[in-house]
Design a protein. Structure first.
Length: 195
């Protein structure tokens, strides 16, 4: 029985290795982050209040309407060749607004199809970010949990996907709390104001 289980595990790991190369250990990931992952620049030294800079930024934004997870996955697969061949101004930020609204409709029921698509979308976003040195921002909304508390809509399965998790709240003013970060302590909160 143990030999059969070992063979099965070895086969599954070899399939995963073939599809998700290269695997990196923690030290290699840290070195890559220090050498290749930098703070996203706005492209100017001064404040974004400068009208010309703001116009330049707005002209470089491209939006796509996506209403289901399948369209999102298609769009991400279409984006990949563009990222490989891009010259000059390159994509630096990819925003998926309200990913939970794309996935929630297929999460219901007893099947694992929805969860598998959710994990695949998260893995694809992480892969694009890593391979093309771009920042990926994904928003998720909150839902009511037990005892009236709030919890992220995508729940426990999504929790381990983002490298950094922030919680924005309007309770007691506008607050942002670090839920998960590779270099900062969790629970650190700041108050902010959007004019």
């Amino acid at each position: 029985m143990c030999t059969f289980l070992q063979v099965g595990i070895t086969q599954v790991l070899s399939i995963i290795d073939c599809q998700h190369q290269p695997w990196l250990n923690g030290l290699e990931l840290l070195e890559d982050a220090e050498q290749n992952k930098h703070i996203l620049s706005s492209g100017c030294e001064r404040s974004l209040g400068n009208q010309k800079v703001l116009q330049r930024v707005l002209k470089s934004i491209e939006c796509h309407s996506v209403f289901d997870i399948f369209t999102l996955l298609d769009l991400l697969h279409q984006l990949k060749p563009n990222l490989i061949s891009q010259t000059g101004d390159r994509v630096q930020l990819l925003i998926v607004d309200s990913i939970s609204s794309l996935i929630t409709p297929i999460l219901g029921g007893g099947g694992s199809h929805g969860r598998a698509l959710m994990i695949y979308a998260g893995s694809l976003l992480k892969k694009l970010a890593h391979e093309h040195n771009l920042a990926v921002l994904v928003t998720n909304h909150m839902v009511s949990g037990e005892g009236g508390t709030h919890k992220p809509a995508l729940g426990e399965s999504w929790k381990s996907i983002p490298h950094v998790r922030l919680e924005l709240s309007r309770e007691h003013g506008s607050n942002m709390c670090v839920v998960r970060h590779p270099c900062m302590a969790s629970g650190k909160a700041v108050t902010f104001m959007i004019p």
